[in-house]
Design a protein around this ligand. Structure first.
Ligand code: CMP
Length: 628
């Protein structure tokens, strides 16, 4: 039968199944705007298509409009309010774009036209895609792996991220389409669980965003319906997290649409809160999120039969006073060269009591007095080292416990290289097992609470970005409140600066508008928050810590966006000042070597009051003296 389709200036009009089939049989790339009878074809796209057609002037490129209701093949598109553009090469579906996203449409047209020419001219294979809406046997052919069983092991040697297809995308029927795109982009979906989060689960999951204006809205949104929680990996990608974040695009949908039009958020998000997909910010967060959604999921260890939770292993290293005094940088360099990253470090002066607690199991040994003497003779450096299999690898690097053995049998080992003299106490420590490592790390880096503030000008301009960074860094926001400081409160808050030339200006600045006051909790929170803020002066921050909050958001040394307590005592005092008496459980104070070399009685009492044991568990090997 002769075609009834009418050639108009730009687009072919396809009105029935027969015309549909005929159009698809034509050579080249066909871009079809699938529309609903009640709203008509997309007018906005026409000028774009015309521009492209004029620019390219290519006969192999054709545009068409097709009404879903009158074409059998488009049955699955009926009733969909979002504009859909289907791309056919030689009659086969090669791409789908949803929504009028001009940059994405333009890019897809150019890319697909080139691909089709390669098929026609060079005989390359056409890359065909599936739009699940066209598939009759959608359920049976779903490529999504079933939900993983409890205690299933993730394959070794791969990195993972947790992804969420949020309730907005699921409610709009986009989940399968997004999953298809994820797979087409080369990501592997290792788990896919459909889940409706309760309000309290959302509150827990997003606790680090508790301070945000739209937190309540976020809770309601995320608990409003089912979402898909996925574990994503990518072959050949050492770290899948940046690849995934790149793929989903910027948090703000508007930014995504201009800067990354092909990203998932640009295509499926509608506004910053309703941005369709989530991805972990970093390995630490991925690990926490994995544990949150898949508590029994484990990663098979690369080199052993052991299985461990996905985060890389941590171990505690100590550099004892004699070596620390003169060769600290050398040791740190060796640590770095051996591929460990230093997650936390703290130089501390231990009291006898604290040494006793740490080395509880060794107290009755002959060498204990010498060990205690060495450990209290000056500051020691405690380091939390991170690496796959860190415990074993760090102990291997250290070499034999006994110095003479180290020197004779493993002269390249760190204990042999960093020893002051034969017969001395070895100068480097490493945890004996993963369990012991966590206990020891907790001994030196207990969960701390610090006071953080977003200052008035930053509240107006950068609040969301700052909260996002706090979230990304893994702090728990234990307390939060928006406060308008009175002059008296600001004076008291900054009483340490009274008399300094900038004091009055500082007080005036802090009273200009509301501040966001928070108690942030985390291992080593005081120091970590200070690192995240960067140096007080933004000029210095820009060179010394270009990614820090002050480098990015501070206007001047005075108007420097954020505040953080300078040490644990200040933190305790300021938290009490802002939030009143609260229970800072599990908090232990160390006397920092920078401020003092003496422990206070309070520190020791706090140490003694802690419930958990921080001494090394039975560890026959861990003798620190060369008793040869
Ligand atoms: P903050 O970390 O809150 O601690 C004290 C604040 O005083 C500091 O951030 C700045 O806002 C301000 N400040 C510190 N040094 C100076 C300075 N030299 N000139 C002006 N303001 C300063």
């Amino acid at each position: 039968m002769a075609s009834k389709k009418k050639d108009i200036a730009l687009q072919i009009i396809i009105s029935n199944q027969e015309q549909w089939e005929e159009s698809l049989s034509s050579k080249g790339l066909l871009v079809v705007d699938v529309y609903q009878a009640w709203c008509g074809p997309c007018k906005t796209a026409v000028s774009l298509f015309r521009k492209i057609k004029n620019e390219l002037g290519d006969d192999l490129l054709q545009f068409a409009v097709a009404e879903a209701d009158s074409i059998d093949a488009l049955e699955k598109y009926r009733g969909k309010c979002e504009p859909t553009f289907l791309f056919f090469g030689g009659g086969e579906l090669v791409a789908v774009v949803r929504g009028v996203n001009a940059p994405l449409l333009q890019k897809t047209i150019i890319d697909q036209l080139e691909a089709e020419k390669n098929v026609l001219n060079q005989g390359l294979e056409r890359k065909v895609v599936k739009d699940e809406a066209l598939l009759v046997e959608e359920e049976e052919t779903s490529p999504i792996p079933a939900q993983v069983e409890d205690d299933e092991l993730l394959p070794s040697g791969k990195s993972y991220t947790v992804a969420i297809i949020k309730p907005d995308a699921v409610a709009h029927g986009k989940a399968d389409e997004i999953i298809m795109k994820i797979q087409e982009a080369g990501f592997e979906i290792l788990a896919n669980e459909e889940k409706t989060m309760t309000e309290s689960e959302v509150r827990d999951f997003y606790q680090h965003r508790a301070g945000e204006e739209k937190f309540q809205e976020l809770i309601q949104f995320m608990s409003s319906g089912p979402c898909h929680v996925l574990i994503i990996s990518k072959s050949g990608e050492e770290d899948v997290i940046p690849a995934w974040r790149e793929f989903i695009g910027p948090t703000d949908v508007e930014v995504a649409k201009t800067e990354k039009p092909e990203s998932l958020r640009a295509q499926y998000g509608t506004e910053i809160l309703y941005n369709a997909v989530h991805g972990s910010n970093d390995t630490e967060q991925a690990s926490r999120e994995l544990a949150f959604f898949f508590p029994t999921f484990k990663q098979q260890h690369q080199h052993t039969d052991e299985s461990v939770f996905m985060s890389p292993e941590r171990t505690l290293a100590l550099i004892r006073p004699e070596v620390l005094r003169g060769r600290k940088d050398e040791v740190l360099q060796c640590i770095q060269e051996a591929g460990f990253s230093i997650a936390m470090q703290k130089e501390v002066m231990l009291s006898e009591q604290q040494v006793k607690e740490f080395y509880q199991e060794h107290v009755n040994e002959d060498y204990y007095p010498a060990l205690q003497q060495q450990m209290t003779s000056g500051p020691i450096l405690a380091l939390a080292l991170v690496k796959d299999n860190a415990v074993k690898l760090w102990r291997n690097a250290l070499g034999p416990t006994k110095i003479t053995e180290a020197i004779n049998e493993a002269p390249d080992s760190l204990r042999a290289r960093f020893t002051p003299s034969e017969g001395a106490i070895n100068q480097l420590h490493g945890s004996s097992s993963p369990v012991s490592a966590e206990k020891e790390i907790n001994f030196f880096f207990p969960v701390e609470h610090t006071l953080a503030a977003i200052k008035p000008d930053a509240m107006e301009e950068h609040r969301d970005e700052i909260m996002e960074r706090i979230q990304g860094a893994g702090f728990t926001i234990s307390q939060i409140k928006e406060t308008n400081l009175s002059q008296e409160m600001a004076e008291e808050f900054y009483k340490e600066h009274k008399g300094k030339p900038f004091y009055e200006q500082l007080v005036e600045y802090m009273c200009r508008g509301p501040c966001l006051m928070m108690t942030l909790s985390k291992e080593n929170a005081v120091q970590e928050w200070r690192s995240l803020m960067g140096p007080t002066d933004p000029t210095e921050a820009q060179t010394a810590a270009p990614d820090s909050l002050r480098s990015l958001f501070a206007k001047s040394i005075l108007e420097n966006a954020v505040h953080g307590a300078s040490n644990i005592n200040h933190a305790t005092e300021k938290i009490q000042f802002i939030f009143g008496d609260i229970d800072l459980d599990g908090h232990i104070s160390w006397t920092s070597n920078e401020t003092s070399t003496q422990n206070t009685t309070k520190d020791i009492q706090q140490n003694e009051e802690r419930n958990e044991t921080t001494a090394l568990p039975g560890n026959e090997e861990e003798s620190v003296q060369d008793d040869s």
